[in-house]
Design a protein around this ligand. Structure first.
Ligand code: AHR
Length: 491
C-alpha cells in the first residue's frame, strides 16, 4: 500500500535567493572529461563547433549551466597555464601527475576553456594552484585573462593568441584540497598560504572576481573543524570558502549499477550527510562571520563508485542510474535549505567522470538521469525559497533510515511557485498531501529498476514524463510512484 505524507509550504517565510550557481558543474582534465567529452578538435569527424562537440554543447546550453569550475581538482596542482596557450601544434604534452596513465596534450587550455564557458553561457571559475605555482605566476595568469591594459605584454600576448577583449572570470580558486593533493598542508599553514596567494591574485581595479579559499573535507582532510576554523580565522583577500564532499563509502565503494536495495539505501544516506556537514560548516563560519559575508561553495560533490574494469585506471568513469538522480535531487534540496551561506556548488563532474551529466562513447552521447534532474530543477535557479515542512513515514533498510519524502518549494523568477518532491522508497508509492491550492503540472522522473540507467543503445530508458497533481478537499495532492522525483509548477 502507498504511504501517506504531508508537505506544508510556509509562503510567509521567504528565504535568501537560491543562487543559480548552486547548479554549477566541475570539469577536470581527468579521464575523458575534457578530451572526447568536451573537446574533440576542429578536425574531428565528431560534429563540433570550433572543436567542442556539438551534442554536448547543445545539451549543456539546454540546462543553462550557470558556472563551470576548471581545470581541477587534483589535476590543477601541477598545471602550468603557459603550457595551454599559443598555437596548439606547439603546446607541450605533460604527464598528469595526480591521475595515473593520463597525459595532457594541452590542446584545451585557457582560451579553449573560457571560450567554451562563453559558448554555453556559463560563468567561469578558474582554479589556480598553490602547491606548485608561484604567486607571481598566478598573478600573471589573472592578468592574462582579465586585463585590458594595452601596454601589458601579457595582454598583447593574449591578443596575438586570438583574444582581444579580457574575459569575464567571476570566480578564481586559490588552490584545491590543500590538506591533500594540493600540498598536504596543516590547517594554519594552509590558511597562511591562502592569504599569501590571494593578495597577489588581483584582477584590475573594479573587476568583479570572487576569490575562493580551498577548505576542508571529512574524507581525508584531517580534522574538519580545525581546518575550517583555521581558514575562517585568516581568509585574507578571499570572499568564499569551499569544502568537498562525495557520497562515497569509506571502505569498498561498490558498483554504479547492479547493486541491491542496501546499495540504494546506503548511497542515499551518504548523500544526506551533506546537510549536517553544511550545518556544521555554517556554525563554524558564523562564529567569525555572523553577517555571512563569506560565502560557502561546495565546489565538488556527487556520487563516487568503483569504476568498471574496462575503464582505464584512474579515469573515474562510472554509469549513472536512477539512484544518482536521487542523490542529485536530495542534494539540491539540501542546498535550497541553506541559501544564506551556500552560494555555489559544483557537481563532479560534467562529462564522463564520476556523477556525470553526460556520457560519451566516441560519436555517441547520452544524457544521464542526473542531467534530467538538473533540467527539471531549472526553475529553482535564482528562485526565492520557502520552508517546506515534511511529515512523512520513515524509509528503513538495514541500518539506514530516512524520511520517505523530501520536498523543496520556491518562487521562480517568473513569479510562479515550484515544488520538488522526492519519494526515496524503492517499493512504496506515496500519497502526498499539501497545503497548496490551484493546479500543479510538471515532470516526473522514475524507472522500473533502482539501477535503471541510460545506455548508448537505449539512451531514453530513464527520462522525465509529464506529471500532475490532483485536488482533494480543496488542496493539491500528489500520487508519487515508488523511487520517483517530481518538479511541478503551481498555478
Ligand atoms: O573530482 C575528482 C577529484 O576528487 C578531484 O580532482 C579532487 O579535488 C577530489 O579529491
Amino acid at each position: 500500500a502507498a504511504v501517506s505524507a504531508d508537505v506544508v509550504v510556509n509562503l510567509d517565510a521567504p528565504g535568501p535567493v537560491i543562487a543559480k550557481h548552486i547548479y554549477g558543474q566541475f570539469a577536470e582534465h581527468l579521464g575523458r572529461g575534457i578530451y572526447e567529452g568536451i573537446w574533440v578538435g576542429e578536425k574531428s569527424t565528431i560534429p563540433n563547433i570550433r572543436g567542442y562537440r556539438r551534442d554536448v554543447v547543445e545539451a549543456l546550453r539546454h540546462i543553462h549551466v550557470p558556472v563551470i569550475r576548471w581545470p581541477g581538482g587534483c589535476f590543477s596542482e601541477i598545471y602550468d597555464w603557459r603550457d595551454g596557450i599559443g598555437p596548439r601544434a606547439k603546446r607541450p604534452t605533460r604527464v598528469t601527475m595526480n591521475w595515473p596513465n593520463t597525459i595532457d596534450t594541452n590542446q584545451f587550455g585557457t582560451h579553449e576553456f573560457l571560450d567554451f564557458a562563453e559558448l554555453i553561457g556559463a560563468d567561469a571559475y578558474v582554479s589556480g594552484n598553490v602547491g606548485s605555482m608561484t604567486p607571481r605566476d598566478m598573478a600573471q595568469w589573472i592578468e592574462y585573462m582579465t586585463s585590458d591594459q594595452p601596454e601589458s605584454t601579457l595582454v598583447q600576448q593574449r591578443k596575438s593568441n586570438g583574444r582581444d577583449k579580457a574575459w569575464r572570470v567571476p570566480f578564481f580558486g586559490i588552490g584545491n584540497e590543500t590538506w591533500g593533493c594540493g600540498g598536504e598542508m596543516r590547517p594554519d599553514y594552509a590558511a597562511d598560504v591562502n592569504a599569501r596567494y590571494a593578495i597577489f591574485a588581483r584582477a584590475p581595479s573594479g573587476y568583479p572576481m570572487v576569490k575562493v579559499a580551498s577548505g576542508a573535507s571529512v574524507q581525508g582532510g584531517g580534522d574538519f573543524e580545525a581546518f575550517t576554523t583555521a581558514m575562517m580565522a585568516h581568509m585574507g583577500a578571499t570572499q568564499a570558502l569551499s569544502f568537498h564532499y562525495y557520497a562515497m563509502p569509506d571502505g569498498a565503494k561498490g558498483p554504479a549499477v547492479g547493486f541491491d536495495e542496501d546499495g540504494w539505501a546506503n548511497e542515499l544516506s551518504l548523500a544526506l550527510r551533506m546537510e549536517p556537514l553544511v550545518s556544521r560548516t555554517e556554525a563554524i563560519m558564523d562564529r567569525t562571520d555572523p553577517e555571512r559575508k563569506i560565502a560557502l561553495f561546495v565546489d565538488e560533490w556527487g556520487s563516487w563508485y568503483t569504476q568498471p574494469p574496462e575503464a582505464p585506471e584512474g579515469a573515474h568513469y562510472q554509469q549513472n542510474s536512477l539512484r544518482d538522480a536521487m542523490v542529485a535531487a536530495l542534494t539540491l534540496d539540501i542546498f535550497h535549505r541553506h541559501t544564506a551561506r551556500v552560494r555555489m556548488a559544483n557537481i563532479a563532474q560534467m562529462v564522463n567522470v564520476l556523477q556525470s551529466m553526460i556520457l560519451t562513447d566516441k560519436q555517441k552521447m547520452l544524457l544521464t538521469p542526473t542531467y534530467h534532474v538538473f533540467d527539471m530543477y531549472q526553475p529553482f535557479m535564482d528562485a526565492t525559497p520557502f520552508p517546506a515542512l515534511v511529515a512523512s513515514p520513515t524509509y528503513t533498510k538495514g541500518k539506514v533510515s530516512m524520511s520517505t519524502i523530501d520536498a523543496s518549494a520556491a518562487r521562480g523568477k517568473d513569479g510562479k511557485l515550484y515544488l520538488s518532491l522526492v519519494n526515496v522508497s524503492p517499493n512504496k508509492a506515496a500519497h502526498v498531501r499539501t497545503n497548496l491550492t490551484g493546479t500543479a503540472r510538471g515532470r516526473l522522473l522514475t524507472a522500473p529498476q533502482i539501477d535503471s540507467h541510460n545506455s548508448f543503445d537505449a539512451p531514453d530508458t530513464v527520462k522525465p514524463v509529464p506529471f500532475a497533481g490532483r485536488v482533494e478537499a480543496d488542496h493539491i495532492v500528489f500520487d508519487m510512484p515508488a523511487k520517483s522525483i517530481a518538479v511541478v509548477r503551481i498555478d
